[in-house]
Design a protein around this ligand. Structure first.
Ligand code: PEP
Ligand code: MN
Length: 334
């Protein structure tokens, strides 16, 4: 059960509510986000919500049978829309495009890609600076200097930045330069990181784990929400299956299931989802038709020379063609 409280609830009224819930054997967690105050009540007994509904300070009460509560659509029927500022929204009914290199490599590389995004009216750029790599000998990113390099060129052009944070200690050094924190597939169940991201007021894009179930992804989002941050989006990026002809199995089913189970925006990552450059645009389009609120994909001036994930990265021509196709089908998507 979720109880929404009035923001200005008095301490006396709050303690009456707590007392009543304890008597009913509920375990209660207080959640105060940037927007609302909630009590998450977990209990074995079914109670008549009218027995608490009359208490002062309560705005609304919802029964939520899912094991994840705050991210469930059972209590919040309106889908969440994320405002990034400068009239840039995610989940507003038009598909969001986020594009950029797998890794930030140099000022020149960033300048070229920023130019490509401006030319095509794309206002969110992805680019990793802390890179989780399967091999320790692979390029692991430029770190905070790379992020500052990205920021210097994005900020004056009103381009928002989405980039991966790998550990709690990086949040503080990154926060002034980031518009959306990305939690990578490998960190999808790093609960310390999720807890810490619950305490910042920046949107978070949470990727599904490499072998993560849909419910595990929803619970990961619940970790962040329950620590105070409601500005979340879920990302399907492919999962590991027995099939190994492509990098991952892009789970298109997950998009509709997530839209049904949660009010959070769902973003598709076709680049990591299939891992093969020539198939990426088709999977991107398919994911939008499957109901995704947006796509995040990798683009580079010269994918063959990219320091990471070149095999799944579009060049500017391919990216432009995809953007044009997305724009052309926009009106068919709702
Ligand atoms: C990335 O976005 O570059 C990345 C490493 O993605 P994932 O965590 O999905 O593997
Ligand atoms: Mn990548």
């Amino acid at each position: 059960m979720i109880i929404q409280l009035h923001k200005n609830i008095s301490t006396e009224n709050l303690s009456v509510i707590h007392h009543t819930l304890e008597k009913q054997k509920y375990s209660v967690t207080s959640v105060n986000t940037q927007f609302e105050n909630y009590l998450i009540c977990i209990g074995k007994n079914e109670i008549d919500i009218r027995s608490i509904g009359h208490l002062k300070g309560i705005k609304d009460i919802h029964r939520v049978s899912d094991s994840y509560k705050l991210v469930s659509r059972k209590w919040k029927t309106d889908y969440t829309k994320i405002d990034l500022g400068n009239n840039i929204y995610i989940g507003d009914g038009t598909p969001t495009i986020m594009a950029g290199p797998c890794s930030i490599e140099s000022e020149e590389q960033v300048a070229k890609i920023v130019g490509h995004l401006i030319k095509n009216n794309i206002s969110i750029m992805r680019g990793g600076v802390f890179k989780p790599r399967s091999s320790p000998y692979a390029f692991r990113g430029l770190g905070i200097d790379g992020l500052k390099m990205l920021y210097e060129q994005c900020k004056p052009n009103n381009i928002k930045i989405v980039t991966e944070v790998m550990q709690v200690s990086q949040i503080h050094e990154m926060i002034d330069y980031v518009d959306v924190f990305q939690v990578g597939a490998r960190n999808s169940q790093n609960y310390n990181l999720l807890d810490a991201l619950g305490e910042v007021d920046k949107p978070v894009l949470i990727k599904r784990g490499v072998s993560g179930t849909i419910e595990e992804l929803l619970h990961s989002a619940e970790y962040i929400f329950s620590k105070g941050n409601e500005r979340l989006m879920l990302c399907e990026r492919g999962i590991r299956t027995f099939e190994n002809i492509y990098r991952n199995t892009f789970d298109i089913n997950a998009i509709q299931v997530l839209k049904d189970k949660s009010h959070l925006p769902v973003i598709a990552d076709p680049s990591h989802g299939i891992g093969i450059r020539e198939y990426v645009p088709k999977i991107a389009l398919a994911s939008l038709f499957a109901g995704a609120d947006g796509v995040i994909y990798e683009v580079h001036e010269k994918p063959e020379e990219a320091l990471s994930d070149g095999q799944q990265t579009l060049n500017f021509m391919e990216s432009e063609l995809l953007i044009n196709k997305i724009n052309a089908v926009k009106s068919l998507l709702n």
